[in-house]
Design a protein. Structure first.
Length: 170
């Protein structure tokens, strides 16, 4: 069966592993630093990650979710990416980069021309991914990330670029 993308909702049963693992990961990395991880995971109503302004996507392998992410409208031209996740048993396979390219492609198709996102200071692999894939840091990258806490990034979306990057990394 192989890998495929599924556009769904954050409340769908198939999305449960993403939501549960991401909540556990936030707790493990941050404890109570940003408050209760469950509150963060429920900060936005599910409809924010749905058409016409957003999306929630899972990367499935043989029908099971192994990675995913979402976006919502930030402003008229900007999509805000959230909930990037890779299953703990499937890391270091380039799956997050594939999900990122899929989200960029879908956001571009919806007319967005820019992506904005943040990651936490205890997620260096996420920061490295965003820098590697053409995102600009909106913070001093020479500063101690713990002094900044939420690390913002942005990227201009160019039609067709996400698909080209996906082919190069596949």
């Amino acid at each position: 069966m192989g890998d495929s993308f599924l556009y769904t909702t954050s409340t769908a049963e198939i999305s449960r592993p993403l939501i549960e693992q991401l909540t556990v990961e936030y707790r493990a990395r941050y404890g109570d630093h940003f408050g209760d991880a469950s509150v963060e995971m429920n900060r936005y109503p599910p409809e924010r990650f749905a058409a016409p302004d957003g999306a929630f996507v899972l990367l499935l392998r043989d029908g099971k979710p192994i990675a995913g992410g979402a976006f919502m409208r930030y402003d008229e031209t900007t999509a805000e990416f959230k909930r990037m996740w890779t299953d703990t048993d499937h890391r270091r396979q380039g799956l997050a980069q594939r999900v990122l390219a899929e989200l960029e492609s879908h956001a571009t198709a919806l007319g967005y021309t820019r992506v904005y996102l943040t990651t936490g200071f205890r997620q260096p692999e996420a920061s490295a991914l965003y820098l590697k894939t053409g995102y600009s840091a909106l913070f001093d990258v020479t500063a101690d990330p713990a002094t900044i806490e939420k690390l913002p990034f942005e990227k201009a979306l160019v039609p067709g670029e996400a698909e080209r990057n996906e082919r190069l990394t596949a």
